[in-house]
Design a protein around this ligand. Structure first.
Ligand code: GLN
Length: 202
């Protein structure tokens, strides 16, 4: 099972390492041809404005949008989540795939708390978090780096992780799974495992 990782900017290697630890193959995606035969695609963190510009110059935006609209399972972390969200506050110049019905605010945790490490709870009601993981009740470490805030969750969207105050930080709608934090920067593989499970279901 090979997953693509958009490799224009951001922590590509860390996502690859997490997926390799789960027994999956990975391929960096830099051109349209790299999308062929993928089981799923990761949009890593970085800077959503820069990623947007690079997507357009690499002529990747349209093929990616088509693949995502066609049902390719996709995971977006941080800036990747911003690009996948249907609505963005403070959007600057960004492209949007509109794969998940969220309103997100770029850099929404504010200057002081813009980068922090915390723990998040997985939502026990989700079929993805229930998927046979016996550590479901254990909190998951999460690194937030100038992270976007999820301000509104649309009706078809499932929350899969929350901060202790109840704020949603990871969500899923159909084949799209997103997080405002960076699961690839910890050794906890549960978030990537959820994505692999989602791809296997599709
Ligand atoms: N603040 C960045 C943006 O707006 C996202 C940061 C990240 O991906 N770590 O795109």
């Amino acid at each position: 099972m090979t997953f693509g990782i958009l490799a224009l900017q951001g922590d590509v290697r860390e996502h690859a390492r997490s997926l390799h630890q789960l027994g999956c193959g990975t391929r960096p995606v830099r051109r349209r041809e790299d999308l062929d035969g993928l089981k799923g695609l990761v949009l890593p963190g970085g800077e959503s404005t820069t990623l947007s510009r690079l997507l357009v110059t690499a002529e990747l935006f349209e093929p990616l949008a088509e693949a995502i609209a066609g049902g390719l399972p996709v995971m977006g972390t941080c800036a990747g989540m911003i690009l996948l969200a249907a609505r963005v506050v403070e959007d600057g110049e960004i492209v949007q795939f509109g794969a998940i019905d969220l309103l997100v605010r770029r850099n929404g945790y504010g200057a002081q708390a813009s980068s922090f490490e915390g723990t998040v709870s997985l939502d026990g009601g989700s079929d993805l978090t229930r998927g046979g993981d016996d550590r479901q009740d254990e909190k998951m470490p999460a690194v937030f780096i100038r992270a976007p805030v999820i301000e509104e969750v649309g009706p078809g969207v499932e929350v899969v992780a929350r901060l202790s105050d109840g704020q949603p930080v990871a969500c899923r709608q159909k084949q799209a799974l997103v997080a405002s934090f960076h699961p690839e920067l910890t050794t906890d593989l549960r978030f990537h495992r959820m994505f692999v499970a989602l791809a296997e279901q599709s």
